[in-house]
Write a protein that binds this ligand. Structure first.
Ligand code: PLP
Length: 218
C-alpha cells in the first residue's frame, strides 16, 4: 500500500461519519489524485480553474469537484462548468455573475459563503457582520444555492487563535440556521486543514479540506 492510500485510509477511519473529507489537490499530479480517489476520496477541492480543467480531463470518473480557491468573476463561467460547489463565495458581485451564468445555462450552483474569521492576519472572505445581509440578498437569486459557510482561519499555528476563529465561524453558522431565509440551507461548515482539522472538528466543522496530510510522505 502506498503512502497516499495509507494516508487516506487512516484519515477516513479517524473521522466521524457525518464529516465530509475534501482532498485539496492543488499542484498534485493526476496520478496522485487518482490514487487518493481509489483509496476512498469522493470530493476534490481545487484552487485553480485552469488546473481543475486539466485534471478533469484526465480523471474520467464520478467525483464531486469543489472550488476552494479565490474565484475571479471572469472565471465564473468556466467554474460553473467544472464545480458542483463553490466554497469561496465572497462578494455580491460574484453571486450576481454566477446567477446570470446559471440562469442562462439552466443550472444551479451550490455555494458556501467564505467568512473572514481571522481579523487581521488574512483578508479573504466576508466580514462576520456582513454575512447575514449578503446571504439575505443571495436568497433572492434563483440559481445560487447557499449550503453553508467556509473559513480559512488565521495564518498561524497558534492553537488558541485557530480555535477562536473556528468557534466564531461556528457561532455565525448556528445563528444563521435560525435567522437565514427559508430557502437558505446551513448544511455544511467547511473549516480545518492538515494542521488544524482536529481543532476545527472540536469546534463543529462537518467538512474539512486536507492536502498535505493526504499527499505527503510522513
Ligand atoms: C491548500 C488548501 C487546503 C489544504 O491545506 P493543507 O495544509 O495542505 O492540508 C485547504 N483549504 C484551502 C483553501 C487550501 O488552499
Amino acid at each position: 500500500m502506498s503512502y497516499i492510500t495509507a494516508n487516506v485510509k487512516s484519515l477516513l477511519s479517524e473521522l466521524p461519519k457525518d464529516v465530509q473529507l475534501v482532498a485539496a489537490v492543488k499542484s498534485r499530479t493526476a496520478d496522485e489524485v487518482r490514487e487518493a480517489l481509489d483509496a476512498g476520496i469522493t470530493i476534490i477541492g481545487e484552487n485553480y480553474v485552469q488546473e481543475a480543467c486539466a485534471l478533469f480531463a484526465s480523471l474520467a470518473r464520478q467525483v464531486q469537484w469543489h472550488c476552494i480557491g479565490h474565484l475571479q468573476r471572469n472565471k465564473a463561467r468556466r467554474a460553473v462548468g467544472l464545480f458542483e460547489m463553490i466554497q469561496t463565495l465572497d462578494s455580491w458581485e460574484l453571486a450576481e455573475s454566477l446567477e446570470r451564468i446559471c440562469a442562462a445555462e439552466r443550472k444551479k450552483v451550490q455555494v458556501l459563503v467564505e467568512v473572514n474569521s481571522a481579523e487581521e492576519t488574512r483578508k479573504s472572505g466576508v466580514d462576520p457582520a456582513d454575512v447575514l445581509p449578503l446571504i439575505k440578498k443571495i436568497a433572492s437569486l434563483g440559481h445560487v444555492c447557499v449550503q453553508g459557510l467556509m473559513t480559512m482561519g488565521p495564518l498561524t499555528d497558534q492553537k488558541k487563535a485557530l480555535r477562536r476563529a473556528f468557534r466564531r465561524t461556528r457561532e455565525i453558522f448556528t445563528h444563521l440556521k435560525k435567522e437565514a431565509p427559508a430557502n437558505v440551507q446551513m448544511r455544511f461548515l467547511s473549516m480545518g486543514m492538515s494542521d488544524s482539522y482536529s481543532i476545527a472538528l472540536e469546534e463543529g466543522a462537518n467538512m474539512i479540506r486536507i492536502g498535505t496530510r493526504i499527499f505527503k510522505k510522513n
